[in-house]
Design a binder for this molecule. Structure first.
Ligand code: MLT
Length: 387
């Protein structure tokens, strides 16, 4: 029986995918797996029982990846599961930045009791008029699942699209319309685009990426769209540029004291992925990732361990070793099996930066003594007998 704890409410559609040998527990302290959305886990004591955390969403800056990796806890996210929801809100955001639709709706509310509202409308509306997005240039920074979808739909709406992504995967490249102009210098996006949307993870290397210098390159009609994470943009610099008329709008899905209610800022309360469909898709994907890892040791879409896609174990036993990525580990691990007199049918060894993952399928059941020797290897974070 596997015990799953939900740190945030998780869509029932996803939880219904948990098979009978799983139970939901109210206590994180006894969980084998955690499902999380936005709860911040940085100060959380990770229970010894915890094998995996699945983030139902794309961003994972609420989870201490390194701390988890060193405790042998695999962290997953659900890339692409909410991409359509976010793509749709970005199209809405471009339209909201182009015309003062919200201001217009407010005006109607304020004037609702005026019997001559129809006539007054024709005079008042020019204050809310704007421009169209067709024919404008959109720059997309980060061409993963969301960025690629935004780029493709923007083209269909008649926009010219420039894309920047130094880490573009082959998979993502296949999904991208061939008319998207791929640029290798992000400054080309800052200097040429009317709309600039950012879709990169929040990491030390990306924080403040849209800073003073980037904003200084932008056109006076530039609109910055931030539906990834607030910290990616130097918001103070954006607010100052708006006040000085150096850019047109800053649209963000992350309310902060710097931008909320400020002239030129359109701030939305983190609604990008808040659709029924996105919440269901993320929950289903997160549950499947957890299940595949807990039952088979397969790692797909992890953000702190290497990808290791395997099917169910077809031998007597499968053991997973989560360890430091240093020389000699594979020999040390296989020696433990040899010392126990157990033949290894198959070994898979994958690494990612500082950590590595070794799966061994054995012709006999792993013995307690073999597990003990594996645990004793310096640099081993966790040993799991999966079967
Ligand atoms: C994401 O990271 O997937 C989105 O910001 C939505 C969310 O946080 O759930």
């Amino acid at each position: 029986m596997y015990r799953i704890h939900c740190l945030n409410p998780i869509s029932k559609v996803g939880l219904n995918h948990l098979p009978e040998n799983y139970s939901l527990t109210d206590s994180a302290a006894e969980a084998d797996g955690i499902l999380v959305r936005s709860a911040v886990m940085h100060d959380m004591e990770m229970p010894e029982s915890l094998l995996a955390v699945a983030r139902a969403g794309a961003g994972y800056n609420n989870i201490p990846l390194e701390k988890c990796a060193q405790k042998g806890i695999v962290v997953f996210n659900t890339p692409g599961a909410n991409a359509n929801g976010v793509k749709e809100i970005i199209i809405a955001a471009m339209l909201l930045a182009s015309r003062d639709i919200v201001g217009g709706i407010e005006w109607v509310k304020e004037n609702q009791s005026d019997p001559a509202i129809a006539k007054a409308t024709e005079k008042a509306k020019k204050a809310f008029a704007g421009t169209e997005i067709m024919g404008k240039t959109l720059g997309v920074i980060g061409l993963g699942a969301i960025g690629a979808m935004v780029a493709n739909v923007a083209e269909q709406l008649g926009m010219t699209v420039m894309g920047y992504d130094p880490f573009l995967s082959v998979d993502a490249a296949w999904k991208l319309s061939h008319s998207v102009k791929h640029v290798t210098d992000v400054n080309e996006i800052y200097s040429n685009c009317d709309f600039i949307t950012i879709h990169v993870p929040a990491m030390d290397s990306t924080k403040g990426m849209i800073g003073k210098e980037a904003i200084a390159l932008m056109k006076p009609n530039a609109v910055i769209l931030n539906f990834a994470r607030d910290v990616l943009c130097d918001e103070q610099a954006a607010v100052e540029a708006l006040a000085e008329g150096r850019i047109r709008r800053y649209v963000s899905d992350f309310p902060t004291p710097v931008t909320s209610g400020k002239p030129g800022c359109i701030v939305i309360p983190h609604l990008g992925a808040s659709t029924e469909e996105s919440e269901d898709n993320c929950a289903v994907m997160a549950v499947k990732e957890l299940q595949d890892y807990l039952e088979n040791g397969s790692i797909v879409n992890s953000v702190n361990y290497p990808r290791c896609e395997v099917g169910p174990c077809r031998t007597a036993s499968r053991v997973a070793v989560l360890h430091r990525n240093v020389a000699g580990m594979l020999t040390a691990i296989t020696t433990c099996a040899a010392d126990a007199g157990i033949n290894i049918a198959e070994v898979v060894n994958k690494s990612r930066d500082e950590v590595a993952y070794t799966l061994i399928d054995l012709d006999q059941k792993a013995t307690a003594q073999m597990v003990e020797s594996l645990n004793a290897i310096p640099g081993v974070f966790r040993v799991r007998v999966i079967q």
